[in-house]
Design a protein around this ligand. Sequence first.
Ligand SMILES: C[S@@+](CC[C@H](N)C(=O)[O-])C[C@H]1O[C@@H](n2cnc3c(N)ncnc32)[C@H](O)[C@@H]1O
Length: 218
Amino acid sequence: MRMRKKKHGEERLAMLSHLIIEKPGEPIRCARDCFSSDGELHLEVGCGKGGFACGMAAKHPNINFFAFEKIADVIVAAAERAESERDMRKNDNLRFAIGDAKDICEWFAPSSVDTLYLNFSDPWPKKKHYKRRLTYRAFLSSFFEIIKDGGYLRFKTDNRDLFEFTLSELSEMGVVPEILTFDLHNSIYDEENVRTEYERNFSEKGFAINMLAVRVKK
Ligand SMILES: C[S@@+](CC[C@H](N)C(=O)[O-])C[C@H]1O[C@@H](n2cnc3c(N)ncnc32)[C@H](O)[C@@H]1O
């Protein structure tokens, strides 16, 4: 995600510190480590400007949403949105963090996360960059490690090549998706779907949205 450097980014982030989780000394073991409720812990990796996390937190008051993003200025935009939409949330169930997915196991303990979302992850279209894709098997392995037995990894993208790459990585790992659609918005799964910023944008341009969900078995 390209973004012009935010003016007063650090001060703005400091004003939103009640919504931001700093990297913990010990990995997070459960929702209680960063939320006031014991509800499920859902993690979005690469949350961008936070539309999905804000929408999900408002829609599911008993689930705790942790939105993770590597670019600090993008988190400023996401947290400012969350603050402006505070009245839409019944519970205090949304937090943000600045970090890189490659370090996810330093943030979350094994089997600590109920559902992990990857929404419109950067496609890295050049073949030589395939290891940077968040659905490259090394990333998938670390995501599966932090997801609980019976928990889910959910992935959406407009990018058919990235989707096919992901299916191939999963297949190499012996993992079969429980849910798979090449046209989410014209499927039964759209009823529960919360659209992200990229999803709205691509869908308005006529792109079909691919979605898969993997149930993690340990
Ligand atoms: C294409 S945007 C999609 C944003 C949002 N999920 C959406 O659907 O509107 C991808 C986002 O993932 C973030 N990202 C990319 N690589 C990441 C990584 N290794 N760790 C954390 N975030 C990452 C980018 O900074 C960007 O904000």
